[in-house]
Write a protein that binds this ligand. Structure first.
Ligand SMILES: CC(C)(COP(=O)(O)OP(=O)(O)OC[C@H]1O[C@@H](n2cnc3c(N)ncnc32)[C@H](O)[C@@H]1OP(=O)(O)O)[C@@H](O)C(=O)NCCC(=O)NCCS
Length: 162
């Protein structure tokens, strides 16, 4: 398996994969909207001998500058629990760090994301309308979160998702 940047020819397969992973199409449409709005930064696929087995998108938050939102991450139902989701998250963290981003925020199950270093505590000071029990952050640069104003604003396509 390799993890690589998605190209336009991958978009239909990513759409189908995301819909299959979630069981509905809201996240698949969110991905398309974030590309369209120019907020998508890292659009990565797990390519298993030419088959798109997983996908992750990272987008720039409107506030604070320098921070990314990781969402959504999807692994095809036939490929789950084989480490592909973990590989995508680890790879995302590596790419974002190398590119100089300061932090990543996400909404998800702490029992899954804490293994990558995300924590509820790191996100605690930030105002959010999202449920606190799923709102986590990971600092990529030392003390970056401390110096950020306590407000997080997701780009418009997330807000339109409701
Ligand atoms: C969540 C998801 C991306 C994980 O990918 P994956 O390749 O199946 O995960 P991995 O093989 O890397 O990791 C498996 C581990 O994650 C755990 N796990 C998988 N999905 C989980 C979930 N939704 N919540 C909590 N833990 C989860 C498994 O129990 C397993 O734990 P273990 O290692 O302690 O046994 C994948 O299951 C998926 O696409 N789910 C549907 C879409 C979704 O819910 N996306 C996340 C929200 S944005």
């Amino acid at each position: 398996m390799i993890i690589r940047e998605a190209g336009a020819s991958d978009y239909p397969a990513i759409h189908s994969l995301t819909e299959a992973a979630f069981g509905w199409d809201a996240e698949a449409h969110l991905i398309a909207a974030l590309r369209e709005s120019g907020d998508a930064v890292f659009d990565l696929v797990a390519d298993l001998d030419g088959e798109i087995a997983g996908h992750v998108l990272l987008s720039a938050l409107t506030i604070p500058p320098g921070a990314l939102a990781l969402a959504p991450v999807s692994v095809g139902p036939d490929h789950q629990r084989q480490g592909i989701g973990s590989a995508l998250v680890h790879h995302s963290i590596g790419r974002a760090t190398a590119a100089g981003w300061s932090a990543i925020f996400l909404l998800g199950d702490p029992s899954y994301y804490t293994r990558f270093g995300f924590s509820l505590d790191a996100a605690e000071k930030f105002e959010t309308d999202y449920p606190r029990e799923f709102f986590m952050a990971l600092e990529l640069k030392a003390d970056a979160l401390k110096s950020m104003p306590p407000k997080v604003e997701y780009p418009a396509p997330f807000r339109e998702l409701g």
